[in-house]
Design a protein around this ligand. Sequence first.
Ligand code: LLP
Length: 432
Amino acid sequence: MLVSDSLGVNANGHLTVSGCDTVALAEKYGTPLMVYSEDGIRRNCRKFVSSIEENYGGKGLALYASKAFSCLEMYRICKQEHMGVDVVSGGELYTALKAGFPAENIFFHGNNKTDEELHMALENGVGRLVVDNIEELRRIDALAAQMQLTAAIHLRIKPGIDAHTHNFIRTGQIDSKFGFALETGEALAAVKQALASDHITLTGLHCHIGSQIFDIAPFEHAAEVMLDFIADIKAQTGAVITELNLGGGFGIKYKDSDNPEDFTEYMKRVSVVVKEKCAEKDLDVPFIVIEPGRSVVGAECVTLYTVGSVKTIPQIRTYVSIDGGMTDNPRYILYQAEYEVLCANKADQPRDTVVTVAGKCCESGDLIQENAAIQSVEAGDIVAVLSTGAYNYSMASNYNRVPRPAVVMVCGETDRLIVRRESYEDLLRNDL
Ligand code: LLP
């Protein structure tokens, strides 16, 4: 039933995260509360780092895609675990730098970086700028010239892969706002322009084919397409591209029935494709970069809510109303994302009722899950939604002026607050 090794049920019948009693945590910190397993996050980081060791002899770097969950503590953990990070905004970059994250291991993405963001990145010595479009390339060249430095860049390429995932989170196909298309010649033109720029060093290419992908084949295919292009570049311009960033997108378990391939298997299979392709095309194996986000944090968090009311509409459905909702988890309303839900204080009992878990916003669509199997719940119970670690807190909002929840990290049966609960005063901070 439980989607992560970090979860368990104790002798009181309460759900635990890394051995910590979630009901006690809800009492200590209040709800809604997000509880992350630090052990679980570190375990995932190590898995990614060691897979590069094992398959490429360490010739590579695993970046945590920090859009999945960004806060000071996450960057500190990534630094300790020898990960790099990817950021997509001045705000994420600022947070990483404030956490003391080494700038050279930060890669800066985004399809519309502002001049201010580019300046901030160059000024702080960010490792790589991942360039999305020709206009950005021109702006980086001009800015780097002005600042009298050289910008090391990757070009974001659309490899044209359909990874069979939700449309909203599919980014590698030609009809995407991200990157340069191969088919149209746009990508090669960008390479030539980058090579001709005095203040730009083109070190690598980047692709990202989507998110929550369970199969390995699309990743293998993307690696082949990218290496073919690297060979093409060499043939047509003589330039040697030494870094290949294959993006993130590895699927995780949300539902018990989800069965994503183990990540280590992904790395093993993709490395075979990379090595074979390089041999075929007479290329040196490039420095490999990967960018997992969801798979680092997603399954390592549960969100805890207090049930306020249970409303049964005969023959129709039962609404269980909780003290959070789309403000801390907009993924059901956005993607109809599926989750396992359970009653944290009755976790040892059978999940024999079916309910709709509803948020507290003034919006009928504010649901966390429909037709969810759960224990029989009543007002005052604690509902736990599992696998909420990625793209929940980071996409949270203050709709209806609901403050964002507190975030707690648990580690070896100890717990600590890593993000304070927003206060009403916080909500007024920018009001004049
Ligand atoms: N690299 C790039 C360039 C990306 O755009 C993304 C995610 C990642 C890496 C990390 O992908 P991951 O390993 O987390 O799948 N809000 C959506 C997900 C959007 C993903 C955006 N890009 C959701 O809640 O499912």
